[in-house]
Design a protein around this ligand. Sequence first.
Ligand code: SF4
Length: 252
Amino acid sequence: MKIAPDSTKPVCRRCGTCCRKSGPALHTQDLALFEGPGALALSMIVTLRAGELCFDQPKGRLLPLQTEVLKLRGGGANADRVSGGTGWACALLTQPGNECALYDRRPVECRVLSCQDTEAIAAMYEVDRLTRADLLPKGHGLLAVMAEHDALVPPARIAPLAAALRAGGQDALDAQDELTRMALTDRAFRAGLTERANIEPEYHEFFLGRDAGALFAAAGLSLRPDARTGLRVQADPLSAPVATPLPTNLEF
Ligand code: SF4
């Protein structure tokens, strides 16, 4: 018996519009994607840490993340061009062809997302998000390293320190010192991953999230080499805080 398609249900036309904007955030239902043939590598994941300022799609404004988000990285052929310059086009979107390289096993957000009706994805947006700890064996030595990095380079400090830096006076000097310490600490942790744990740089954004330079740039700050301290943080007069990256591809 043939079953006629249900014309009342939204149908994905596989146009790639949402994939070009950004890849999905991952949820615990996506754990199976890291196993078996064609498994996702940890180098495909960018961690957005708790406290990072991100654009909350359902609420329509910039908000600090309450919990960390693991997100499929942007990239692939022509990612910058097809994403309109953000570089966040999903790395699994093939170009040319505009196809998902993982369509039959695509992440749960991609299966739930319908551009004709976003109610279902809005309902699961913050539910059961996958974390770094979900992908590492219990008691793994790097869990303690990641926790220490989160404590010493806390994303939630960046926006208030950037505001203090812009305000001037003694508070600005103190903010600059704290931001510089954070940047140097972040750099030392990444060097340690490579030198002591033999972890290649393409995995660093999974273990430690985006580096200080990227987080500072999102807050309108820039990092410059400095002969005395190694690095110097300054407010970039041409740059305002920006709402990147999007935690999911839920935007129409
Ligand atoms: S995983 Fe596939 S369906 Fe999901 S955003 Fe990437 S290319 Fe699109």
